[in-house]
Design a protein around this ligand. Structure first.
Ligand code: FAD
Length: 449
C-alpha cells in the first residue's frame, strides 16, 4: 500500500483502511480454476466481479492497494466532497448580490473541510469493502497480480487459473519530465487528499478537468492559486466557449491563469518552490509552497507481465482492446482507465457490463455503441455528450447549432446565473441531435459520480 495515501491516520482513515485494505486479511485458498479472474478493484473491477458472481460464476478479484480504486480513494469521491465545500464558501462570498449580508471572502476551516471529506469517504467505502465482496461470493485476494501464462495469474506465490480474465488496473498520475520537479516534491491525486492544512501558495500544473476542479476549490478555500497550462486555453477537450466561461469564473475567483507556458525547471528554495517557465518568448518565475500535478494519466501496465499472457499494450494508451473489449489474448478482456481514452467512473462501469456479457456469455456488446456523456465539475460546470462542432467538421458531417444563452432564460436571470448556455448540435436537414453541451452552474447530467 502507498504509505502516504491514507494519511492522516485518524479514525476516518482507519475505518476506510479496515474496509478497503483490512490489516491481517487472509487470502482464500484458490479454486482449481476460476470462470473469471479480475485484476484491479476500482470501479471497473468491482462491477465486473460483483456482476459475474451474481450470475453464479466463480470469481477471483485481486487488488494490490485500496479496493474502490481511484474513484473512492483518490478521485471522484474526495474531490467532489471538497468541491461541495468550496461552493459553500463561494455562496457566502457572493451572497451580497442577493441582498444577504456577506462578510466577503469566508474564513474556511480547511481542516474541517478535509475531515468531512474523510468521514464521508469512509462511510461510502463500506460498499467497496473486501468483506462485502467476500459476502457476495467473490474470492478477494489482496496483493500484486501478474500474469504467468496465457491462463494463469499469480498473487504473491499463489497461482490462479482462469477460463477468462479481466484487466481493470486503471491509470496513475504520470511522471512529468520537468527538471527538478521530483527533487522539489509535488502532490498528485494520490497524495493531495491527505492535506490537513491549506498551503498558502499553490501551483497546479495542468488545466485539464482534474487540475481545474482542484485549483478552483483550493482558491475558494483561501489559497493563492496559479494554473500553469501549456496550451493556449484550459479544458482543451471542451470547446472554446465552454473554456472561456470557466476562465472568466476563474478570474473572478482570483486564480492566476498562466496559459501557453512551458515549465523549464523547478527548484526548492528557502522561500518556497521556484517554478521557471517561458511564455511568449519571455521567462517567468513563480514561487509557491506546494505544487499539484493535475495532468497526465499513465495506464497501470507495469508489473503485470502482460507479455507472458500474450496481451498487447502500449505505455501511453494502455492495453489494446477490440470493440468487444477483448485483448490480443481471446481469454482476456479489459475495462476502465487501463484501456479507455474516456477516463471516467461511469465509463468504467459501462465497460465492465460489456465485459461481463462478452466474457461469460459470448456476447457481442460493443463499446462503440456507448453514448458517453461527461461533466467537468468546475463552477460553472460543463457537461457534454456526442460531437462538438469541430468533431462534426472533421468527420465531414454538416451540422446546425442551436444556442440558448441563459441571459435570456427567466429562471437563470432569477438565479443570478446568466453566464451560461445550452448548445444543441443537429445533423443538417434533420432533427437528429449529434451533440449537446450545457455550460452552467449546475450542468451535471446525472450518474454515479
Ligand atoms: C482527482 C480525480 C477526480 C475524478 N473525478 C471524477 C468524476 O467526478 N467523475 C468521473 O466519472 N470520473 C472521475 N475521475 C476518474 C475516475 O476516478 C476513473 O475513471 C475511475 O476510477 C477508473 O476506474 P478503473 O476501475 O478503471 O481504475 P481505478 O479506479 O484506477 O482502479 C484500478 C485498481 O487496480 C489496482 N491495480 C493496479 N495494478 C494492479 C496489479 N498489478 N495488481 C492488483 N491490483 C492492481 C489499483 O490499485 C486500483 O485500485 C476522477 C479521477 C481523479 C484522479
Amino acid at each position: 500500500m502507498n504509505p502516504l495515501s491514507l494519511l492522516p491516520s485518524d479514525a476516518h482513515n482507519q475505518r476506510l483502511a479496515a474496509n478497503v485494505h483490512p490489516a491481517g486479511w487472509v487470502n482464500p485458498v484458490p479454486a482449481s480454476r476460476y470462470n473469471l479472474v479480475v485484476i484491479g478493484a476500482g470501479t471497473a473491477g468491482l462491477v465486473i466481479a460483483v456482476g459475474a458472481a451474481g450470475l453464479g460464476a466463480k470469481v477471483a478479484l485481486i487488488e494490490r492497494d485500496l479496493m474502490g480504486g481511484d474513484c473512492l480513494n483518490f478521485g471522484c469521491v474526495p474531490s467532489k466532497a471538497m468541491i461541495r465545500a468550496s461552493r459553500a464558501a463561494a455562496a457566502i462570498r457572493d451572497a451580497g448580490r442577493f441582498g444577504v449580508p456577506s462578510p466577503g471572502n469566508a474564513e474556511v476551516d480547511f481542516g474541517a473541510v478535509m475531515e468531512r471529506m474523510r468521514r464521508l469517504r469512509a462511510d461510502l467505502s463500506v460498499n467497496d469493502s473486501a468483506n462485502r465482496f467476500r459476502s457476495l461470493g467473490v474470492d478477494v485476494f489482496l496483493g500484486d497480480a501478474r500474469f504467468s501464462g496465457h491462463d494463469t495469474v499469480m498473487v504473491g506465490e499463489t497461482t490462479l487459473r482462469f477460463r477468462r480474465a479481466a484487466i481493470a488496473t486503471g491509470a496513475r498520475a504520470a511522471e512529468l519530465p520537468i527538471a527538478g520537479l521530483k527533487e522539489a516534491g509535488y502532490l498528485t491525486n494520490e497524495t493531495v487528499f491527505a492535506l490537513t492544512e491549506l498551503p498558502r501558495r499553490i501551483a497546479v500544473i495542468g488545466g485539464g478537468p482534474l487540475g481545474c476542479e482542484l485549483a478552483q476549490a483550493l482558491r475558494r478555500f483561501g489559497a493563492e492559486v496559479a494554473i500553469l497550462e501549456a496550451a493556449s486555453q484550459i479544458l482543451l477537450r471542451e470547446d472554446r466557449d465552454a473554456a472561456a466561461r470557466v476562465e472568466r469564473a476563474f478570474l473572478h475567483d482570483g486564480i492566476n491563469l498562466i496559459t501557453g507556458c512551458n515549465i523549464t525547471s523547478v527548484e526548492r528554495r528557502e522561500a518556497g518552490k521556484l517554478i521557471r517557465f517561458t511564455r511568449d518568448g519571455a521567462v517567468g518565475e513563480l514561487v509557491v509552497d506546494e505544487i499539484i500535478v493535475g495532468v497526465g494519466r499513465a495506464p497501470a501496465v507495469t508489473g503485470l507481465n502482460l507479455e507472458s499472457a500474450g496481451v498487447t499494450y502500449d505505455q501511453v494508451t494502455g492495453v489494446a482492446v477490440d470493440d468487444y473489449l477483448r485483448t490480443s489474448n481471446p481469454k482476456i478482456y479489459a475495462a476502465g482507465d487501463i484501456c479507455s481514452p474516456f477516463k471516467f467512473t461511469h465509463v468504467a462501469d459501462a465497460m465492465a457490463r460489456i465485459v461481463i456479457r462478452n466474457a461469460l456469455f459470448y456476447g457481442r456488446a460493443r463499446v462503440s455503441a456507448l453514448t458517453i456523456p461527461w461533466c467537468t465539475y468546475t463552477d460553472p460546470e460543463i457537461s457534454h455528450v456526442g460531437l462538438y462542432e469541430r468533431d462534426a467538421k472533421a468527420r465531414g458531417i454538416q451540422v446546425k447549432t442551436f444556442i440558448q444563452e441563459f441571459k435570456e432564460v427567466d429562471r437563470a436571470i432569477l438565479d443570478g446565473e446568466t453566464d451560461g448556455m445550452m448548445k444543441v448540435i443537429v445533423a443538417a436537414g434533420s432533427d437528429r441531435i449529434v451533440g449537446a453541451s450545457l455550460h452552467s452552474s449546475r450542468a451535471f447530467l446525472g450518474g454515479k459520480c
